[in-house]
Design a protein around this ligand. Structure first.
Ligand code: SF4
Length: 333
């Protein structure tokens, strides 16, 4: 129960969504500046990382809850009621699910309202006035979602009306400019924050294209989604995809995530990639994959390359001629 008495009897507590970016850190600082206790929450899934939030929470000294949103976001990707943004980002519905989850958490942590670092009109799809209101309504907690950085430009929320939050000490920021945020960062001593664009892979065109292709052919297994971040991808058949490492980091990751029955291609004597094929790949798929791998080896031009093939049945070698770049492009995802 929220009422003015709560402020006098016990500390007011809020749950703030923390991405780790500057705006969400500032939202926490603005609330704490008026004596409100804040706990933070970050959502985890194959599409967004929690690292920046963990780092920010540590720097701010705020308790952080990490909530897994994988099932909800995978379900949303099938047919988001409010559609996608420019890429595969169902921002309005995704955000509403996050708010719903926050709403459920309020009682657990004895908090009275939800706060976010959203700034009005900063992002075209998810942070215009209509979207903010749709998100709040869809989540069923419209009156207890406070945006401390833009609150003065929005209708007063219940915690403001009830006197738990001093509206006068909230801000009226809007738009894409970052100068006021940088000044506030100095005031609150925030020195470490990632760029505002980073964070969610669903907003990245290349990742979204790979994801759409994956959903079309393979469905939405979490491991397959995580593999989308690694290497070059080639669709050899409807049910066979080859992944070829681009660098030492990709190669190490591919080796680490390979399943017992996966087929691994690599070279012994010259620098070259590690590549991964599913166990169901045919002999012909393996040969084509070896030819693609050969193209990315540091081999002598126009010479055969010896590719090592490691399968569950043992290791064998194939001497292949590198596929031409033109041929490779016909199967590249
Ligand atoms: S950017 Fe990604 S995490 Fe954020 S609301 Fe959109 S889909 Fe969800």
């Amino acid at each position: 129960m929220i009422d003015g008495k709560e402020k006098k009897d016990k500390p007011v507590r809020a749950l703030c969504m923390l991405s780790g970016g500057l705006d969400s850190q500032l939202a926490i600082c603005v609330l704490r500046d008026q004596g409100i206790e804040v706990e933070a929450v970050v959502f985890d899934s194959p599409f967004f990382e929690t690292g920046a939030a963990i780092k920010a929470a540590k720097a701010l000294g705020v308790k952080l809850h990490i909530e897994d949103l994988t099932d909800e976001i995978l379900e949303l990707l099938k047919d988001p009621p409010h559609g996608f943004g420019k890429c595969m980002n169902p921002c309005i519905d995704c955000h509403a699910r996050m708010m719903q989850r926050c709403h459920e958490m309020l009682a657990e942590i004895d908090a009275s309202f939800i706060a976010t670092g959203e700034v009005l009109s900063q992002r075209p799809m998810s942070q215009n006035r209509q979207s903010l209101s749709v998100v709040a309504k869809e989540s069923g907690c419209a009156d207890i979602v406070l945006r401390p950085l833009s609150a003065k430009l929005l209708d007063p929320t219940k915690p403001e009306i009830d006197g738990l939050v001093d509206r006068e000490r909230l801000l009226g920021l809007s738009g894409r400019g970052r100068k006021p945020q940088f000044e506030l960062a100095k005031k609150f001593g925030i020195i470490d924050y990632p760029s505002p664009a980073g964070g969610c892979r669903l907003t990245e065109p290349n990742f979204s294209q790979r994801l759409a292709e994956l959903i079309k052919y393979d469905g939405m297994e979490v491991r397959d989604i995580e593999l989308l971040r690694i290497g070059r991808h080639f669709r050899l058949k409807d049910d066979v995809k080859l992944i070829v490492g681009r660098n030492a980091k990709d190669n190490a990751q591919l080796e680490a995530v390979a399943l017992k029955d996966d087929i691994i291609l690599t070279v012994d004597d010259i620098p070259g990639p590690i590549a991964l094929l599913p166990a169901r790949a045919s002999e012909e798929d393996v040969k084509i994959s070896a030819e693609i791998c050969a193209r990315y080896c540091d081999s002598v031009p126009d010479e055969y390359v010896k590719i090592r093939i490691v399968k569950s049945g043992g290791t064998e070698y194939l001497k292949v001629f590198p596929k031409s770049q033109v041929e490779i492009e016909t199967v590249r995802v």
